[in-house]
Write a protein that binds this ligand. Structure first.
Ligand code: MN
Ligand code: FE2
Length: 279
């Protein structure tokens, strides 16, 4: 309910309220390479937001069937926030990109992206409709909250920061990203809570699944980051691939360390720390 309170306070912004007019001007002044690269980043984010919106329901259903009213209440805000993220990125594509980038954008998705967002994520969540066991819940939350939100989305925000904030362009996008980060920090906190609850209720079997799922996803996650950069001989915006590899690896280790620490804490302690990390 504390996350719900924060959601009611910080999660009520309207994607329509951002002013993207300066972004549209800035876009026109980018080089062709910068344009293509920015469109790629926004496109994969947009598709990622669509995927997490589409795939969350089995988790909410499982929580509801168990009669966990407080968690379900929080998750209603979670789903509405993901829907707004889709909405905001869609507005951005419509209002900021030139006409050459308004058709089918599927070609921006590399193979490892498809593996994670078309296969691994929906498989981990949809499994809950057949078998909502604690182990499967934990695997679903690791995939969704720890890896996609906690590593990939966070690395994406870092990349927007490096592309746009450092170069003082696209102020509308940077404001939007600020809101996304706040929302996602609550979603990740819920994931930490959920995984810790499952481990404390069901013990080693769940913990082993958590470690296994984290390790299983590390390869495709790092591959996804690498594959996106391998397409370019020189990265635009003075970006360096090593920075992103390091950042993503750091996020992964941070999530793993957090889960390990939570194992030896009471659920109340886990939630207190998780809440203190919410932006
Ligand atoms: Mn999101
Ligand atoms: Fe999220």
């Amino acid at each position: 309910m504390k996350l719900w309170e924060k959601g009611k306070k910080y999660g009520i912004w309207n994607p329509n309220d951002f002013d993207f007019s300066q972004d549209a001007e800035d876009f026109k002044n980018l080089s062709d390479l910068e344009k293509e690269y920015l469109v790629r980043n926004v496109t994969v984010f947009q598709a990622g937001e669509e995927a997490v919106t589409l795939d969350l329901l089995p988790l909410i259903m499982t929580v509801a069937k168990e009669g966990r009213l407080e968690e379900e209440i929080y998750l209603t805000s979670f789903l509405w926030e993901e829907a707004k993220h889709v909405d905001g990125f869609n507005r951005y594509i419509t209002e900021v990109f030139g006409d050459e980038f308004k058709g089918d954008l599927h070609h921006f998705m590399v193979d490892s992206y498809k593996e994670i967002f078309y296969e691994l994520l929906p498989a981990a969540l949809n499994r809950l409709t057949e078998d909502p066991s604690p182990v499967n819940m934990a695997r679903a939350s690791v995939t969704y909250n720890m890896i996609i939100e906690g590593v990939l989305a966070e690395t994406g925000y870092f990349s927007f920061h490096k592309m746009l904030e450092v170069n003082q362009i696209m102020p509308g996008m940077m404001k939007f990203v600020g809101k996304l980060k706040q929302d996602e920090s609550r979603h990740i906190a819920y994931g930490i809570y959920l995984i810790s609850r499952l481990v404390s209720e069901h013990g080693d079997e769940v913990w082993e699944a958590v470690q296994d799922q984290m390790n299983m996803l590390l390869g495709p996650t790092m591959k996804l980051i690498q594959e996106g950069y391998d397409l370019y001989e020189v990265l635009p915006f003075n970006l360096k691939i090593e920075e992103f590899n390091e950042y993503a690896m750091g996020q992964f280790q941070k999530r793993m360390a957090r889960l390990e620490k939570a194992r030896n804490q009471s659920l109340k302690e886990v939630m207190d720390v998780a809440l203190s990390e919410v932006l």
